[in-house]
Design a protein around this ligand. Structure first.
Ligand code: SAM
Ligand code: SF4
Ligand code: SF4
Length: 360
């Protein structure tokens, strides 16, 4: 196979796929910094019914925004084939995301298909808007656990942040139904933005304390190129921890596994656990084992990438599974990404692929 540049994708540039000659024999699949490939995040749609100001601001993702054409999306068969190939390379965990993954029709079918691949930790991140309706079908299809995003319990604040006037109550109902059908543990993601929802931190912690759900506070990140990120808008996790500790004492916990993204804390009185995802103030690139597959089959080796590798063209050609696996392996072996460790005000302004496209 010759070195070739595949057509530019709708979002982000395509890098040349490596030559077969560069491929090496099987062995532990580690990148240039010794990080093994372990997780695959799959974006199943670039569309969303929310317009969270930190992710898909309305001014950019307005009524005229051109989302990907259906023909460009990977089919469930194509996604499953790629997931199987990644599994053969050592992936242990798959997360379905987007955009809003529950907007992809018949997603349960994809969950069934991926579940049949093997011993995979399969999960999904959702804004919870249609979770009450879908939780049971997702569980029946083989989903074990779920992450739901919720930025505030204050209806006014939440409606403003999702910018779709969507009420808190419906997301809470989705969480309750997910819990009732046995999706556990449920993780709740709260993006914290200075001056926007800081006042929601302690009420959120109080609400989920003792529920068995794990609330995780995420630092506002400079993903994409449209969310107007400024360092001043980031509330460092250390500040969040201090606020919660002042309300009810907490202490740090060891990570569940090497490379866990969230720093873990527990209430000293035994009423549960919280997490902080400090991608801005305490970068965790050193242990980053995640690959990302976009809705149209581009492979990205970092959330902050500006270009990826077009795997869709390979699977729509006559390439065999072994050839695709060898190509992915060659890509991973040359990976050197560590964006969060080298972030500056300059890099924050660089053009990057949008999170709704690459998958959060
Ligand atoms: N639509 C689903 C949802 O919101 O859960 C899945 C996709 S979303 C891109 C995945 C996660 O990324 C969500 O928890 C969301 O809050 C988070 N996220 C999006 N933009 C972010 C940003 N600028 N900084 C930090 N987290 C962000
Ligand atoms: Fe949609 Fe999720 Fe992005 Fe919000 S964070 S706009 S729910 S994709
Ligand atoms: Fe991984 Fe890139 Fe995030 Fe670093 S910046 S943790 S390499 S996705």
């Amino acid at each position: 196979m010759t070195d070739r540049v595949i057509a530019i994708a709708d979002s982000g540039r395509a890098k040349p796929l490596p030559k077969m000659g560069v491929l090496r024999a099987a062995g532990p699949l580690a990148d240039t910094l010794g990080r093994q490939i372990r997780d695959l995040r799959i974006s199943v749609t670039d569309r969303c019914n929310f317009r969270c100001t930190y992710c898909m601001p309305k001014e950019v993702f307005g009524p005229d925004y051109a989302f990907l054409d259906r023909s460009k999306l990977l089919s469930f068969e194509e996604i499953t084939r790629l997931a199987r190939i990644f599994y053969s390379l050592g992936i242990e965990k798959v997360r379905l995301t987007g955009g809003e993954p529950l907007l992809r029709r018949n997603l349960e079918r994809l969950i069934e298909m991926i579940s049949s691949i093997g011993e995979l930790d399969l999960t999904l991140t959702t804004n919870g808007s249609v979770l009450a309706k879908k939780a049971r079908a997702l569980r029946d299809a083989g989903l074990k656990r779920i992450t739901v995003s919720l930025d505030s319990l204050d209806d006014r604040v939440f409606r403003a942040m999702n910018d779709a006037d969507f009420p808190v109550a419906k997301v809470l109902e989705g969480i309750d139904v997910a819990h009732a059908v046995g999706l556990a543990p449920i993780k709740i993601n709260m993006v914290v933005k200075r001056g926007v929802n800081e006042d929601s931190i302690v009420p959120m912690a109080r609400h989920f304390r003792g529920s068995g759900h794990i609330l995780r506070f995420i630092e506002f990140m400079d993903v994409g190129a449209t969310n107007g990120w400024r360092m001043d808008d980031v509330v460092p996790s250390a500040e969040v921890i201090k606020m919660i500790d002042a309300d009810r004492a907490i202490e740090p916990l060891d990570p569940n596994y090497e490379g866990e993204v969230a720093g873990r804390w527990r209430y000293k009185d035994g009423s549960g656990e919280i997490g902080v995802i400090s991608s801005v103030t305490q970068a965790f690139c050193r242990t980053c084992t995640r690959a990302r597959l976009s809705t149209e089959g581009m492979l990205y080796t970092c959330l902050f990438a500006s270009s990826g590798y077009d795997l869709r063209s390979m699977i729509r050609s006559s390439a065999t599974d072994a050839e695709i696996a060898a190509t992915v392996a060659a890509i991973w072996r040359t990976r050197a990404d560590r964006y969060s460790e080298i972030r500056t005000a300059e890099t924050a302004r660089e053009r990057k692929v949008e999170m709704s496209y690459i998958g959060g």
